[in-house]
Design a protein around this ligand. Structure first.
Ligand SMILES: [Zn+2]
Length: 219
């Protein structure tokens, strides 16, 4: 077997985040194992780009992170991108319950997490401990979850402000793998203003659809 690094620490880093060339057939046992893993991430390098393959118990994400390579390479294709919820869609009434909670907190901002149990498939809402809440500022903590529970969505309101990701939100989300949602309740009678994104691999990706059952908009 080819030795990729002499130093054991470097070798461990490369083993933790492997990079595999795609064979002309488009498939290899190593890439299949990466795609089927419960959790982990690595790269597949094809003639048509570089795919980040990232897995969490609740998420299967294949996202191109480089354009097609100019050089002629005898590699296969990285395949189609995907962003699938392995946990399935979140029950529709969860969004209603969270919106009620946010409306009750007005004019202050508020937060909620949607969590999912890998063993039972159950979803739940976790209202985090709030350190500080005002109409324009919210400080809260990601919950410490019991085994088998995972944060799927980190949702906060901007009170009566518009929904957008602030620089504070960007800093908070940079190192997580989660769906981040901001809800603005400018005029609750007209419905919420919603912004969402998938945070993964240090990137912020657009959501192809709402993670909530019944919603087709990018929630
Ligand atoms: Zn915010």
């Amino acid at each position: 077997m080819t030795i990729l690094a002499d130093d054991p620490t470097a070798a461990a880093v490369l083993a933790a985040v492997p990079s595999y060339p795609v064979p002309p057939s488009g498939r290899s046992p190593a890439i299949d194992a990466l795609r089927q893993a419960r959790a982990g991430h690595g790269l597949a390098v094809g003639h048509d780009g570089v795919m980040l393959i990232l897995r969490r118990p609740w998420l299967a994400l294949d996202v191109p992170v480089a354009p097609p390579l100019d050089a002629h390479l005898p590699y296969g294709s990285i395949g189609e991108p995907r962003a699938d919820l392995r946990c399935g869609l979140i029950p529709a009434d969860f969004l209603d319950r969270i919106l009620e909670h946010f409306a009750a907190a007005l004019p202050n901002e508020a937060a909620a997490f949607v969590v999912w149990n890998e063993a039972t498939g159950e979803f739940a809402i976790n209202y985090p401990e709030i350190d500080e809440a005002t109409p324009s500022r919210l400080v809260y903590r990601t919950p410490a979850l019991a085994a088998d529970w995972h944060v799927i969505c980190d949702i906060h309101s901007h009170g009566r402000g518009a929904a957008f990701f602030s620089s504070t939100d960007n800093a908070d989300d940079a190192h997580s793998t989660k769906i981040a949602i901001v809800i603005g309740l400018i005029d609750p009678s007209k419905g919420p203003n919603i912004a969402s994104r998938l945070c993964a691999g240090g990137m912020f990706l657009p959501m192809p659809r709402s993670p909530f059952a019944g919603g087709n908009d990018a929630a």
